[in-house]
Write a protein that binds this ligand. Structure first.
Ligand SMILES: Cc1ncc(COP(=O)(O)O)c(C=O)c1O
Length: 373
């Protein structure tokens, strides 16, 4: 039975060419040595890959850093930023739980006050509230573009247009939008944007991308720089490269980066086709079906559609769907505690559709899911 994979929000299926690219690198490592293979791929790893990530984000290449996950990028970079004692940090209601954990540590260590940007009936971000309340002590604003629980699209460009006139740092967690929505850091006016390679980009696990603005880069306090960008005589450090790569760790999974390079190439070649017919079909059909309650149906969504089944648990539903040949995911409300504070269940069923899922596959999935409700 052919499996329909509707868990792009967990990890998208890699293309055959992406797997082949990684296999070629790993074969080289096994045959000729890993460092020697890395030398052969120096241009791809040192230039081509950064160029493609930069193109995806409409950013200069020098502002791109590569990491092993979105969280490593997001938390690693923000932990180099000195938060003033007692400053205010604003977060979206879509905020990813790990980001909230980071800010809660700062509550304890720096007395940071964390405030949630309210929602309206029409928008997950109340932009009028932002205009009315933005004061000098708001040090940083953090928004998850699309939450991990469902496809709610936060208006990050409109928020950026307001914040542009204000000194607050603006951080966009684009983990669930990278590879499915057009991302332009110049339109967003953001200081940091992070995402993972494995989700809607359909790259390998163990890869993450960050854009860091010159302003943020200049304001970070470096507590370390690895040997690809720095050296020392034993007494004094010298930083040779002061672009976003100074935030990276030198040792990486280079085979994963070769796969990410291929996945980015496929995305860039295909990005005109971003409007996803398959997603529209899935979300409109699920909205029509009885026996389930859709999450956040009042907001515009993209890529992810989630629901709570009326009978049985989400975990049971997902297990039965897998037996019927459909990969869904039992998402946990704990990963977006603000948005799902009132959810009367600990888990929900999450279906997510990227560029590489066809309309015919969604039709097949719907045929298999309908009898389970
Ligand atoms: C919105 C959001 N941010 C951050 C992350 C963390 O990404 P990673 O697992 O690559 O660290 C996720 C993961 O699902 C996510 O959905």
């Amino acid at each position: 039975m052919s499996l329909v994979h509707l868990n792009t929000a967990g990890a998208g299926l890699m293309s055959a060419a992406t797997v082949e690219a990684m296999r070629g690198f790993i074969d080289g490592e096994a045959d000729q040595g890993s460092y020697e293979t890395e030398l052969q791929y120096a241009d791809l790893l040192g230039h081509g890959l950064y160029e493609r990530a930069a193109q995806m984000l409409n950013a200069p290449r020098a502002n791109i850093g590569l990491f092993s996950s979105a969280t490593e990028a997001w938390a690693g970079i923000l932990s180099k930023l000195e938060f003033p004692l007692g400053c205010r940090v604003w977060v979206s209601s879509s905020e990813y739980a790990a980001n909230l954990i980071f800010f809660n540590f700062l509550k304890q260590s720096r007395g940071v006050r964390v405030e949630v940007i309210p929602r309206t009936a029409q928008s997950p971000l109340d932009l009028d509230w932002v205009r009315r309340h933005l004061g000098g002590d708001v040090f940083l604003v953090s928004v998850s573009h699309i939450p991990s629980c469902c496809g709610v699209v936060n208006p990050v460009e409109a928020l950026g247009a307001i914040l542009r006139e204000h000194p607050a740092y603006y951080v966009v967690d684009a983990c669930q939008s990278m590879g499915q929505l057009a991302l332009d850091v110049r339109d967003m006016h953001c200081d940091l944007l992070t995402g993972a390679g494995r989700k809607f980009l359909c790259g390998p696990r163990g890869s993450g991308i960050a854009y860091v603005s010159n302003r943020l880069l200049g304001d970070l306090t470096l507590n370390f720089a690895d040997l690809h960008t720095a050296r020392t005589n034993g007494q004094v450090n010298r930083i040779d490269v002061l672009d976003a790569r100074v935030l990276e760790i030198a040792e990486k999974s280079f085979s994963a980066l070769v796969g990410l390079h291929q996945a980015l190439g496929e995305y860039l070649a295909d990005r005109e086709r971003l409007a996803n017919e398959a997603y529209t079909l899935l979300s409109s059909e699920l909205a029509r079906l009885p026996g389930l309650r859709l999450l956040c149906a009042e907001y515009r969504q993209s890529g992810i559609v989630s629901f709570v089944p009326e009978r049985g648990t989400a975990q049971e539903f997902v297990a039965r769907a897998r037996e019927a040949g459909v990969n869904l995911w039992a998402g946990t409300a704990a990963h977006t505690p603000l948005l799902l504070a009132d959810l009367p269940a600990s888990h929900f069923v999450r279906a997510s559709v990227g560029r590489r899922v066809s309309v015919a596959q969604v039709e097949l999935a719907l045929e298999r899911i309908r009898p389970l409700l």
